[in-house]
Design a protein around this ligand. Structure first.
Ligand SMILES: NC(=O)c1ccc[n+]([C@@H]2O[C@H](COP(=O)([O-])OP(=O)(O)OC[C@H]3O[C@@H](n4cnc5c(N)ncnc54)[C@H](O)[C@@H]3O)[C@@H](O)[C@H]2O)c1
Length: 437
């Protein structure tokens, strides 16, 4: 059977490297569609949990893992790659301390694949990265084996568009971009994805697919920065930015609403645009929109803390020594993901300015012993959200608008509320206590 044909069939064995927010749902989706999947990760604890039918990602139910068990297996034994027809790479692509692309995970994974690479395999990189990575970083490592891309094995890039917690779109229903290092590589990769996803869009090469993913995230970053800047202006003018956005969104064409907040969070939007900024420097090009958006968005946690200072000041209270209860430390609504969460920055600034900070998050029980990039470990555990806890705080700061919160109840029992998400929009009583930020 030809590789293309095999990949489209239930005979295919697919290896997924990196079982995180991207790799795990992808592996499960393939298994659910009838493929045999080997999930590989260097984190033995994750592999063990999956083996026991448990989940470590809040929005992926254990039941789904247990159900997929006959077709989805997790392992730390990378020699299993030799028996895979396709290998999909979903490892992290963070920024280094100097805010440069850290491709060490991708390169290490390519080295591991190279040890087991054989003719007639497909390798796909899904990790978000700058245009050229698949050809300039992955291909040379794989070709050092003596095998040739397009001749012996196939290589493609297919960006992940996962949106954790999004109830409307899942891995299966989000259209998938595919770009091969050669047209044939693209076709082979499209045969695999087309066999378990609803829609596949093939582009002319891997660089287009890499660039398209960055465009998507840069577009978000810039538009969020725009509304964050307008929020600060409109606040000074006494205009509610949320109402303005809602009004503008009534236009049925030519406008997509973006919403302000306490700053950017998550593994993608605060990081990915700077992959392009770095690459652009090699072409003597400066990505001014990206830099400007980064500047505005980075300033948001500081602006939010200034609003807390103002809100406290209205009651004659200084931030120094004030008790501030932060609601929500995950970077966005209804997820348990702390990566790059602006709440952490807000807590750090509040503490550095003398506030006594506590927090509640239904999905993050503790910040102790968490590996949080850029931060010293916080010595904080989530407090129970009770009337007394709300009433004791000089200010309650809504940083993440989790759906589990009863905002009417929160405002009723709080002395003062600073709301960065317009979460209190429908609260009827006690509106005079609310400051939007
Ligand atoms: N999280 C998202 O919503 C999202 C969305 C789109 C794209 N992405 C991109 O997808 C990629 C993966 O992101 P994620 O959120 O799944 O990350 P993650 O941190 O949740 O998962 C990565 C996994 O890779 C494993 N890993 C690290 N090094 C490894 C190695 N050498 N070999 C095998 N496994 C290794 C880690 O243990 C971890 O389980 C990144 O490039 C990210 O930018 C993420």
């Amino acid at each position: 059977m030809e590789l293309k044909e095999k990949l489209a069939s239930e005979q295919a064995v697919v290896g997924v490297i990196g079982l995180g927010y991207v790799g795990l749902p992808l592996g499960l989706t393939m298994a659910e569609a009838g493929k045999r999947v080997v999930g590989l990760d260097v984190d033995g604890a994750k592999v063990e949990k999956l083996g026991a039918g448990q989940s470590y990602i809040r929005h992926i139910e254990a039941e789904r893992i247990a159900k997929a068990r006959s077709r989805f297996r997790a392992s730390t034994d990378f020699s299993e790659l030799g028996s895979c027809d396709a290998i999909i790479v979903c490892v992290p692509t963070p920024l280094s301390e100097g805010r440069e692309p850290d491709l060490s995970y991708v390169a290490a994974t390519a080295q591991t694949i190279a040890q087991h690479l054989r003719a007639n395999q497909l390798v796909v990189l899904e990790s978000t990265t700058y245009p050229g990575t698949t050809e300039e970083v992955v291909q040379p490592i794989l070709e050092a084996t003596g095998l040739r891309v397009g001749k012996d094995f196939h290589l493609a890039f297919s960006p992940e568009r996962e949106d954790p917690g999004n109830a409307r779109y899942s891995t299966k229903t989000i259209p998938k971009l595919v770009g091969g290092v050669s047209p044939q590589c693209g076709e082979v990769a499209a045969a695999l994805y087309g066999s378990f996803l609803e829609s596949v869009v093939v582009v002319s090469d891997a660089r287009v697919a890499e660039a398209a993913k960055l465009l998507e995230n840069i577009y978000r970053s810039i538009n969020i920065a725009l509304v964050n800047e307008l929020k600060m202006l409109f606040e000074r003018m006494g205009i509610d930015v949320w109402e303005v956005i809602e009004a503008a969104a009534s236009k049925p064409f030519g406008f997509t609403p973006f919403y302000p907040g306490p700053g950017l969070g998550g593994h993608c939007i605060p990081i990915d645009p700077f992959y392009l900024t770095w690459k652009a420097r090699h072409y003597d090009f400066s990505t001014r929109f990206i830099e400007l958006a980064g500047e505005v968005n980075t300033g948001m946690p500081y602006w939010v803390v200034d609003r807390v200072v103002e809100a406290l000041g209205e009651g004659g209270k200084a931030l120094q020594g004030a008790k501030v209860l932060v609601l929500g430390v995950a970077y966005k609504k209804d997820v348990d993901d702390l990566r790059e969460s602006p709440s952490l920055k807000v807590i750090e600034i509040l503490e550095s300015r003398g506030a006594v900070v506590s927090y509640n998050d239904p999905y993050v029980g503790s910040l102790r012993a968490k590996k949080l990039r850029h931060y010293e470990t916080f010595e904080l555990d989530s407090v129970e959200l009770e009337e007394g806890v709300l009433g004791e705080a000089d200010c309650v700061l809504i940083a993440t608008d989790h759906g589990a919160y009863d905002y009417e109840w929160i405002v009723r029992h709080a002395r003062r509320v600073v709301d960065t998400r317009n979460a209190t929009k429908n609260v009827r009583h006690g509106r005079e206590k609310i400051t939007k930020a």
